[in-house]
Design a protein around this ligand. Structure first.
Ligand SMILES: [Mg+2]
Length: 240
């Protein structure tokens, strides 16, 4: 085994959105841990939420696209926060640009708020609004074609962010330079790994996906399209 680090995306890779990890996928993590490799979860959400979704499995967690980094303490059984960055946000300017985007593409009807500002400095533009009906959200853009069609323009409109085609009907934005590739490169620089030491497993590697930055990089990438395929994908990789 020439890899020292297995880095995993969470949603769609280890488990479903807002769902606890299955026993089968937890067993895969345990197997890797028993082999002595480092497991790092590289998620879009909060490290503490990721930890709960993993049923508090002992792993290190990079949250918020690298703005958060927490390591598991065997002594306490809890996460110890190493980094938790909060960056400023030009809320008025972001809201104005989001409104212009809606106007231009006709996404002018929404329920609740039209922009969501997160404490970290990350921003969500929910095209149907923060209070939209879940069924409307799921039906809005299931193949992401609507959002991918305007993705390049949204990227150009928000140069101070990395923009993602997020969830079912939104654009998610993390303050630049944070994204998952930046987070893994930072891990290498801080802890002495090389990019070749890492293999990454993720499902969201298409245009605007939150794993795309790693997929397009020199870091080895295993694609996964259903989280239930995880045991097979990892076993095939280990046996090759
Ligand atoms: Mg994912």
């Amino acid at each position: 085994m020439n890899k020292k680090v297995f880095a995993f995306d969470l949603d769609g890779t280890l488990t479903e959105h807002r769902t606890w990890i299955t026993d089968e996928n937890l067993a895969v993590l345990q197997e890797l841990k028993d082999l002595g490799v480092r497991i790092v979860i590289t998620g879009a959400g909060q490290a503490t939420r990721i930890f709960r979704q993993l049923r508090e499995f002992p792993v290190d967690i990079i949250g918020n696209y690298g703005m958060q980094y927490s390591v598991y303490s065997e002594a306490t059984g809890e996460l110890k926060v190493v980094r938790d960055i909060v960056l400023p946000c030009e809320k008025e300017s972001v809201a104005e640009r989001a409104a212009a985007l809606r106007e231009k593409y006709g996404f002018t009807e929404f329920t609740g708020e039209h922009v969501e500002f997160h404490p970290s400095g990350c921003v969500t533009i929910p095209l149907l609004g923060t209070k939209a009906d879940i069924s409307d959200k799921l039906a809005f853009d299931p193949d992401r074609a609507k959002r991918r069609a305007i993705y390049d323009e949204v990227v150009a409109m928000f140069p101070e962010y990395t923009v993602f085609v997020g969830g079912s009907s939104s654009f998610d934005m993390a303050p630049a330079p944070y994204n998952k590739y930046y987070a893994l490169d930072l891990l290498c620089r801080e802890e002495g790994y090389t990019h070749e030491d890492i293999v990454y497993i993720g499902d969201d590697y298409g245009t605007g996906g939150n794993d795309e930055s790693v997929y397009k990089s020199d870091i080895d990438f295993l694609t996964i399209d259903r989280y239930t395929d995880l045991p097979e994908i990892i076993h095939n990789y280990l046996n090759k």
